[in-house]
Write a protein that binds this ligand. Structure first.
Ligand SMILES: *[C@@H]1O[C@H](CO)[C@@H](O)[C@H](O)[C@H]1NC(C)=O
Ligand SMILES: *[C@@H]1O[C@H](CO)[C@@H](O)[C@H](O)[C@H]1NC(C)=O
Ligand SMILES: *[C@@H]1O[C@H](CO)[C@@H](O)[C@H](O)[C@H]1NC(C)=O
Ligand SMILES: *[C@@H]1O[C@H](CO)[C@@H](O)[C@H](O)[C@H]1NC(C)=O
Length: 401
């Protein structure tokens, strides 16, 4: 407690800068009292008043003392190859990768979801999404506790969505059990070996890694991210992943058989049943085109922060495209990323890995264009009519047979 007065001074200084409640909770749980006054003063000169000022000790041995430097958003839509693309960040040891944290927010708003396209609910939900992203980019994992069900106790939870998709959450120190079972973390082994998730530990590991990447499929359009992009405390880099809507549809039909039952009937018979829901794919196409259009216009708030990536290009030249993505976010592509790519873009996955619904381990080239073999032409024609502007804007060719 000998540092208390310094902490008070710091707080006074900081309050001159922008203040966020999120910082307070983060500093309480993650930060340590200052032991090195010089260190604290140095930090005052940087523009990071809202970030944890005195995180120290356990972290300082594990490199970067500074708050996360790069804030990467993998902005995508369901079944557009985002799990595969996310691995490019997940495999980097300096990146703390989070797979769709907005899931928890959406669950909390579940009962208003039908009205979420328009009106006040939509704005509230998008606002909650942005608040969460902003706090996660500063490594405040506790911010999620408002949304996770059941409510975490003592910052511990067993219901963190897709924890297994994040290497950082499946390796020591966040998953201490993994020490006894060495080897690369993966989605299959993580749930077996990692027990309760300690969100405080996760926050610390996030700071230690130095960069944060978040994948989401829940923000409709890139324009919805404008206030985040404009936020001077973030160095946001948006990687907008798009995919041929015909491929998206084929993939959704494969993964969500129940929901797409009518589509499957259509596919099997070649004739459209009366009750097919065309709205979802239409909306997906509108969102894809809307975002790409905004991004390509390069408005001031997005300039230099937006990269459009077609999943098919990534599937055909994974290493080249990955390099381009890393150049854009301003990081070196780690050797681990390179070796993951070479392991996972060939035919050498085991059958078990190939059959896993959300698996990323499979031949990316075959997957990218498999819709040509898996969709009846009648469906292809319908999607081409519904999405003609999107296909044309993104440079996908129409097929006629
Ligand atoms: C939604 O409403 C139903 C019944 O109206 C209720 O049982 C359920 O708990 C609600 N869910 C949420 C997330 O509030
Ligand atoms: C969670 O981790 C923090 C930081 O290491 C630790 O202080 C705390 O005791 C842990 N919580 C529990 C319940 O183990
Ligand atoms: C559509 O039908 C074809 C041929 O009947 C089948 O091979 C394919 O797997 C089906 N596609 C989907 C997505 O169910
Ligand atoms: C898409 O279809 C609409 C309506 O049929 C048409 O007006 C429009 O020009 C088409 N767009 C492109 C890019 O072909």
């Amino acid at each position: 407690m000998e540092c208390t007065w310094k902490t008070v001074l710091l707080l006074v200084c900081t309050s001159l800068a922008v203040q966020y409640t999120a910082i307070r909770s983060l500093r309480d749980s993650v930060g340590r009292p200052c032991h090195v006054p010089g260190h604290c003063h140095r930090r005052q000169t940087k523009q990071d008043g809202w970030r944890p000022l005195c995180e120290e000790s356990p972290l300082s041995e594990r490199t970067p003392r500074s708050p996360p430097q790069k804030h990467i958003l993998l902005f995508a839509t369901t079944r557009s190859g985002s799990s595969f693309t996310g691995q490019l960040f997940n495999q980097h040891p300096g990146i703390f990768y989070i797979f769709e944290p907005l899931y928890h927010v959406q669950q909390a708003f579940a009962n208003s979801s039908s009205r979420l396209r328009h009106g006040p609910e939509r704005r509230a939900l998008l606002g909650a999404y942005r608040d969460l992203l902003l706090n996660l980019y500063s490594c405040d994992m506790h911010f999620l506790e408002s949304y996770i069900r059941p409510e975490p106790q003592d910052h511990l939870t067993n219901t963190f969505f897709r924890r297994a998709s994040s290497n950082a959450l499946c390796s020591p120190p966040v998953c201490p059990e993994a020490i006894r079972a060495p080897g690369e973390p993966n989605e299959a082994s993580c749930p077996k070996r990692c027990q309760t998730l300690n969100l405080t530990l996760a926050s610390q590991e996030c700071l230690a890694r130095g960069h944060v990447a978040i994948k989401t499929v829940r923000v409709p359009e890139v324009g919805d991210l404008r206030t985040l992009s404009e936020d001077p405390r973030l160095r946001l880099r948006i990687v907008h992943l798009v995919r041929d809507p015909r491929g998206i549809l084929a993939s959704r039909m494969g993964a969500f058989a129940e929901q797409f039952r009518a589509w499957k009937v259509w596919n099997a018979t070649g004739r459209r049943p009366r009750y097919v829901d065309l709205a979802q794919i239409t909306r997906t196409c509108q969102d894809l085109a809307g975002s790409a259009w905004t991004g390509l216009q390069q408005p001031t708030w997005l300039k230099g922060k937006y990269l459009l990536v077609r999943y098919e290009d990534l599937a055909y030249s994974p290493e080249e495209k990955a390099k381009e993505i890393y150049r854009f976010v301003g990081l070196e592509m780690d050797e681990k990323v390179r070796s993951w790519i070479s392991r996972n873009t060939n035919h050498n996955a085991s059958p078990a890995e190939r059959n896993y619904k959300f698996s990323t381990t499979r031949d990316s080239r075959t997957t990218a264009e498999s819709w040509r073999l898996h969709l009846a032409f009648d469906i292809v024609g319908a999607v081409q009519r519904l999405c003609n502007n999107t296909l044309s804007l993104l440079g996908y060719k129409l097929v006629h047979s």
